[in-house]
Design a protein around this ligand. Structure first.
Ligand SMILES: NC(=O)c1ccc[n+]([C@@H]2O[C@H](COP(=O)([O-])OP(=O)(O)OC[C@H]3O[C@@H](n4cnc5c(N)ncnc54)[C@H](OP(=O)(O)O)[C@@H]3O)[C@@H](O)[C@H]2O)c1
Length: 335
């Protein structure tokens, strides 16, 4: 190992210990210099179909712009017709790429997720990358039309259903390109505080705490990412989850206004928050060589940092989570 790489490893490990410098733009800037990368500016993506959920704002919008700028066909989703259409229009103007397909889909509603999957198959016949980015931290508890808590519905069940439904198309796309397809999940460093829980996954009204509910959802996401990778051949589809650090987005400003004000100048830009996501989406090197990993700033990270969350992560609980998703989504993945 070269001295430069050893120095980069040492500084990177030191940065990971205290969360603040690691998650802010300091972590991004130092690591990009130490590891010698510039923010992703993908090129040569013509012909690839990339689905980005939650592309109307923040990190998803930044990633969609970079991917469209690289020539990809981008299916971009959000919950509001006006917002997704405006986003597609603006991205076409800014990138000169009009291969943008705006779709309305609430990721927390089973029917909408099923329609989104059908739309991708019917309109494009292929999907190279599915990016589960849509997400929010909600101060108030709400439920979807099935009675499932909304954070879990949109960030655990919706992505599970979409992956399960699109799996045959992801496989077929890999068969025609000779390159593994990808499923990427935008989690959060907030999950480090949360145990893996199935019986306590949905907080009831009395216990509800938006930050904890969000962390439980993100813990479930990174766990399911590993479970998909164990079940699907990595030569055909790779799965990765990641966290963006702390980025200045409309979502952070509205859900965590005090945090956004205090940390303000240290927050990453949305583009910096989207860098590892864009790299995992578009780079045909390292991101295709492994599966089931969790990333920050283009490096693999552990999914546990606390003994109590590690203890919660048992094989039986993992199996229970998977089975609950299959039952609740009503979709059995063709593994
Ligand atoms: N920013 C950060 O520092 C940070 C840190 C850790 C993790 N993350 C994660 O990064 C992702 C993006 O966050 P962001 O900060 O960019 O937030 P944002 O600016 O609020 O953008 C969120 C996007 O998700 C969409 N969305 C939200 N709920 C949805 C639902 N139920 N169905 C479909 N679309 C939905 C929104 O679209 P519409 O409102 O138009 O429907 C919007 O496009 C999230 O998964 C978040 O948890 C962000």
């Amino acid at each position: 190992m070269s001295i430069t790489r050893r120095l980069a490893d040492t500084v990177d490990a030191a940065l990971e210990l205290p969360i603040a410098p690691s998650f802010t733009r300091i972590g991004h800037d130092l690591r990009s210099r130490l590891d010698g990368w510039d923010d992703a500016q993908p090129r040569g993506l013509e012909g690839r179909v990339i689905l980005v959920t939650g592309a109307t704002s923040g990190i998803g919008l930044a990633a969609a712009e970079l991917l469209a700028g690289g020539g990809a066909t981008v299916v971009l989703t959000g919950r509001d017709r006006g917002r997704v259409d405006d986003t597609a229009h603006q991205l076409a103007e800014r990138t000169g790429n009009d291969a943008l397909d705006p779709v309305v889909a609430d990721m927390g509603e089973r029917e909408a997720v099923a329609e989104l999957a059908d739309h991708v198959v019917d309109s494009h016949g292929r999907v190279d990358v599915v990016i589960h980015n849509a997400g929010a931290l909600s101060a108030e508890r709400s439920e979807n039309s099935d009675g499932t808590e909304a954070t879990i519905a949109a960030q655990v069940l919706g992505p599970f259903q979409l992956t399960a439904t699109l799996l045959p198309t992801l496989r077929a796309t890999a068969g025609s390109t000779g390159r593994p397809s990808r499923v990427l999940t935008m989690a959060s460093g907030g999950m480090y505080a949360a145990p893996l829980s199935v019986s306590g996954l949905q907080m009831d009204q009395e216990a509800y705490d938006g930050t904890q509910q969000y962390a439980l959802a993100k813990r479930a996401q990174v766990t399911l990412n590993e479970m998909w990778a164990e079940r699907v051949d990595a030569a055909v589809v790779v799965f990765h989850s990641l966290h963006p650090g702390w980025a200045d987005t409309p979502g952070v400003r509205s859900s965590l206004p005090t945090f956004a004000r205090v940390v303000g100048p240290l927050l990453r830009s949305a583009e910096q928050g989207a860098d590892t996501l864009t790299w995992l989406t578009a780079d045909d090197g390292e991101p295709l060589q492994t599966s089931g990993e969790f990333w920050l700033d283009r490096r693999r990270r552990p999914i546990h940092r606390l003994p109590r969350t590690r203890r919660s992560d048992t094989p039986a609980r993992r199996e229970a989570l998977w089975n609950w998703c299959v039952r609740t989504c009503g979709v059995a993945p063709a593994l």
